[in-house]
Each structure stands twice: as C-alpha cells, then as structure tokens.
Design a protein around this ligand. Structure first.
Ligand code: HEC
Length: 130
C-alpha cells in the first residue's frame, strides 16, 4: 500500500516539473517575442519615415557626391566599396537604409542624416538603374 502511494507522489512531482518547464519555456517565448517587438519599433520609425517621404533625385545626387563618391565612385561603379548602380535591384530599400545609417560593415561609416536626406539618396540610387 505504501509503495503505491509513493509512486503516486513521484508521478505528481513529475507533473509539477513538467508544469514548471512549460511555464519557463512559455515565459521565455514571451520574452523573445517582446524583445523582437521592442527591437523592431525601436528602429522602425526612422525607416518608416524615410520610406513615406518622396525623395529628390537632384538633392540625392548632391548628397551622394558629398558623402559616398570616395568609396563607391563618381558613377557608382565601385571603388573601395561595391558598385551601387544596380543596388536597388539587389537590396530592399530597408536594407539599404540600414546599411547607410547603422555602420555595420566597416570601413563604411554610419551616416547620421535626416530621413529626408536618406529618402533623397534612395531616390538617387533608384534613378541609377532606370
Ligand atoms: C569609407 C568608404 C565608404 C563610404 C564613404 C561609403 N561606403 Fe558604402 N560601402 C563601403 C564598403 C567597403 C561596403 C561593403 C561593405 C560590406 O559588404 O562588407 C559598402 C557597402 C554599401 C552598400 C551595400 C552594397 C551591397 O551590394 O551590399 C550600400 C547600399 C552602400 N554602401 C551605400 C553607401 C552610401 C549611400 C554612402 C554615402 C551616404 C556610402 N555607402 C558611403 C564603403 C563606403
């Protein structure tokens, strides 16, 4: 009789361990989802703003000549940095914006600029493969 009741106790303990594991796993999942959400909304406003604006090719070309020519070439043919004349076919606007403002790939620096300037540069890059 005693042995059956102790088996019951072990089963109960297993069940509560499973419950604990389940709780830990689900709170971990919640945490990851929250983190991703916060992370996204942290970097989204700039990109969103930039994508909403309509850029000026002319001003974009001026900004390109001031900031990017040294590494990407006067006709965007590529020098130290890769060719950019067809970059808008290869990369999404979001990826290009991140590339320019985040500075994740040295030696390319990160650029701090208004969304309007970023939109202008994007328009310029789009104009290159038309
Ligand atoms: C100091 C040199 C330098 C300057 C200045 C620079 N870049 Fe770059 N850029 C690079 C290098 C090097 C890479 C390649 C990085 C890599 O992929 O590791 C790159 C990559 C890129 C890419 C991604 C291209 C691809 O095919 O993956 C884009 C887009 C870009 N640059 C845009 C710009 C723009 C726009 C400017 C001006 C606002 C600029 N860069 C200024 C050096 C530079």
């Amino acid at each position: 009789m005693k042995s059956t009741s102790s088996i019951g106790a072990v089963k109960k303990e297993n069940a509560s361990n499973e419950l604990k594991l389940f709780l830990i796993a689900s709170s971990l999942a919640c945490f990851i989802i929250l983190f991703l959400l916060v992370h996204q909304t942290n970097q989204d406003p700039y990109i969103q703003k930039t994508l909403e604006l309509s850029g000026s090719v002319e001003n974009g070309s001026r900004l390109y000549r001031m900031n990017c020519v040294g590494c990407h070439g006067i006709t965007a043919q590529g020098l130290v940095g890769p060719e950019l004349s067809k970059v808008t076919e290869e990369l999404s606007d979001q990826t290009i914006i991140k590339q320019v403002i985040n500075g994740l790939t040295p030696p390319m620096p990160s650029f701090e600029m208004e969304p309007q300037s970023m939109a202008d540069i994007l328009s310029y890059l789009h104009s290159l493969n038309m």
